[in-house]
Design a protein around this ligand. Structure first.
Ligand code: ADP
Ligand code: MG
Length: 492
């Protein structure tokens, strides 16, 4: 519980209802006041998810969904909250937060290790109102200890969006999670570039296996953490403990094995653990940022073992998948963006799903800082994400735009640049000019010169005409969107 003391500022309890008002009633009054003072997006993002829990004397307890959420509110809305609850409850009002950490559906299990008990203390648990936060500590503090999987419950199959880019990896991952160690994908290696979902997918395997009681003995570790713990085990003379822990799991997940490159001692330890697990039909899941055979700094014997099972890659998601992921993340966040904003982000952020999420968070956070009424719209999106757009516009050329527009309207390049005023040709030309202005940011003069040496005022006229057409005609608007997507694709 975290307490905010709204000091002892004397202020009238303007609207204190009856003395036995419930937490919900009080919070509702607070929300009405807050609603009038901040923009709707901020309100929806930061206040709607709050749940009033209890009201004891003049102490209101509210539940917030995460530590980050709590910190954000304290950082940005402390004064507003303080003022509001004093107004509603009275001068002695107190506000207490209950931070709920997403509850893991799993109970820790006990793993008996063969060694003698040591005198180190058991791993700590911090209890916050019933929710458990497991401290990220060493796996082997004691010999008989609560067995931590170190899985993050937010990574599930259910919230992993399927697309052509990940279909094989997802199917293999599900199959491994269903019957760890009893399939031909051992080890399963998931590889792909940064931010494409490796950690999500490999952790989803562990989460599924535990939730569906395939095995409780799941251990997730990043290769960096593995290395650090191994080195410290050597220094403390506890390599035996270290090895035993890893050899006793039934599903071992090691993330980012490229970090093992060049670390010979660690590789040797991995080699022995791998053999011990594989021989006893225990499941091994690995992730890497590139295909196994490209991991030059790994010993040959490890490389060959890592290729015994199945390697499945995660590719860059296509537009539809990017949209679906964004929509899912928004829904999980209890937010929504207007269609053009979703489309804009999904069109421009192509290579990294983490960036897609980053854009969403940046946009939500920025819009919530606006003091005046401001919803997230395309204009705001373009301002907030402008660095991104600039990067993109550099790679689009008028040449590409002309080609795509010519194909679309069935007009030749000569006609585009020629003198014809035929309606269809003139329209296609105007569209090309409009898109050139928007997507390349070139000057009116440059665009005019490109399209048959026309005057800059002709280009301005074209840009304005098409803007109006987009507003007036759904069909034209949607054609322009299609054209933009095609141009994007041609410009990668
Ligand atoms: P990597 O480990 O490959 O760098 P992560 O697994 O950390 O990438 O993924 C980055 C972010 O993108 C995470 O928040 C993850 O939940 C999300 N993500 C990746 N792929 C998907 C997907 N197919 N569906 C939903 N979210 C995804
Ligand atoms: Mg990762």
């Amino acid at each position: 519980m975290k307490e905010t003391d709204p000091e002892s500022t004397r202020s009238q309890a303007l609207s204190m209802p009856s003395s036995n008002a419930s937490a919900e009633e009080i919070w509702k009054l607070c929300l009405e006041k807050i609603h009038n003072k901040i923009n709707p997006q901020s309100f929806n993002t930061w206040f709607k998810p709050i749940v009033p829990l209890s009201l004891t004397n003049e102490e209101l307890t509210i539940q917030v969904p995460s530590q980050f959420f709590y910190e954000w509110i304290e950082e940005n809305y402390y004064a507003l909250l303080k003022r509001t609850i004093i107004e509603v409850i009275g001068e002695n009002a107190k506000l207490t937060y209950s931070v709920v950490v997403q509850k893991s559906p799993y109970q820790p299990v006990t793993l008996e290790l063969p060694q003698q008990k040591t005198d180190l203390p058991p791993p700590e648990e911090i209890s916050t109102n019933g929710a458990k936060l497991q401290e990220q500590t060493s796996h082997f503090k004691t010999n008989v200890q609560k067995f931590e999987s170190f899985l993050n419950p937010k990574y599930q199959f259910d919230n992993f969006i399927q697309g052509d880019c990940n279909a094989l990896a997802l199917a293999a991952a599900k199959s491994v999670a269903e019957s760890p160690g009893k399939n031909s994908f051992n080890p399963l290696v998931v590889y792909g570039g940064v931010g494409l979902g490796k950690t999500h997918l490999v952790q989803a395997i562990g989460n599924y296996a535990r939730l569906h009681k395939r095995t409780n003995m799941v251990l997730y570790v990043s290769s960096e953490k593995f290395t650090i713990e191994f080195v410290s085990a050597i220094q403390n003379g506890r390599v035996q403990d270290f090895s035993s822990l890893y050899r006793n799991v039934e599903l071992l997940i090691i993330d980012d094995i490229q970090f093992f490159e060049g670390k010979e001692k660690t590789q040797e330890e991995i080699f022995h653990i791998f053999n011990a697990l594989h021989q006893t039909n225990k499941q091994i899941v690995l992730s890497s940022d590139r295909p196994i055979k490209e991991l030059k700094g790994l010993e040959e014997r490890l490389l060959s073992r890592f290729q015994w099972g199945l390697s499945a890659d995660l590719q860059q998601p296509d537009y539809e998948t990017r949209r679906a992921i964004l929509q899912r993340k928004l829904a999980d966040n209890g937010s929504n963006f207007p269609e053009p904003v979703i489309e804009f982000i999904a069109t421009h952020v192509k290579h990294n799903i983490r960036e897609l999420e980053g854009c969403m968070v940046k946009l939500l956070a920025t819009s919530s800082l606006y003091k005046k009424d401001k919803d997230i719209d395309l204009a705001l999106t373009k301002i907030v994400l402008k660095d991104l757009i600039r990067e993109r516009t550099r790679s689009i050329t008028i040449d590409v735009i002309e080609k795509v527009v010519c194909d679309f309207y069935n007009v030749s390049s000569n006609q585009m640049k020629g003198k014809s005023r035929k309606k269809e040709i003139a329209f296609a030309r105007q569209v090309a000019m409009h898109l050139s202005k928007e997507l390349t940011g070139s000057s009116y003069k440059t665009i005019g010169l490109y399209f048959g040496g026309r005057d800059h005022s002709t280009v301005i006229h074209a840009v304005n005409t098409i803007e109006k057409e987009i507003k007036n005609s759904f069909e034209i608007g949607s054609n322009i969107q299609d054209l933009k997507k095609k141009i994007e694709l041609q410009s990668i």
